[in-house]
Design a protein around this ligand. Structure first.
Ligand code: DQA
Length: 146
């Protein structure tokens, strides 16, 4: 797949998890929409959600050699903690877009800092599940500059 969508811890619970922050769409519904959108515009897309930092790191390493050209990543709580995931993305050097369902700047102070934003191609935060679709559009135009 040329596009990879990664989701971090607790995002498997979307749909029922704190809907006032994260909405009511399940991750399966979000991924289904992204798959349809990608197919419509002739791109292949792969998905991984994991609650384990090492699994996300391993998948990022794989992306370096499996044909992935851009990554859409919601690191979830690892946003605010993980130098290791940041370094994995730095190591492979593929462009990635950071996505958050909620506006991380409008919540607890510990969510204001991201280990990813300064090395991301761009960030989307606070637009709910739509943020993933916007990120997909952005990733594709990033790959095919006009
Ligand atoms: C999140 C925001 C994070 O602060 C939080 O830990 C999450 C989800 C979001 O999508 O809004 O798990 O990344």
């Amino acid at each position: 797949a040329d596009l990879l969508v990664l989701n971090g811890p607790n995002l498997n619970l979307l749909g029922t998890r704190e809907p006032r922050h994260y909405g009511t769409d399940t991750l399966a519904v979000i991924e289904g929409r992204l798959a349809a959108l990608a197919a419509d515009i002739g791109h292949s897309i792969a998905f991984l959600q994991s609650n384990a930092e090492h699994e996300l790191i391993a998948r990022i390493h794989e992306a370096a050699t499996d044909g992935t050209r851009a990554i859409i990543f919601n690191p979830a709580a690892f946003t605010h903690t993980s130098v290791a995931l940041r370094d994995a993305l730095g190591a492979i050097g593929l462009p990635f877009i950071e996505v958050h369902l909620s506006n991380i700047h409008a919540r607890e102070p510990f969510r204001n800092r991201s280990y990813f934003s300064d090395i991301a191609a761009g960030t989307i935060s606070g637009l709910g599940a739509l943020g993933y679709e916007l990120a997909l559009m952005a990733a594709i135009s990033y790959l095919q500059p006009r």
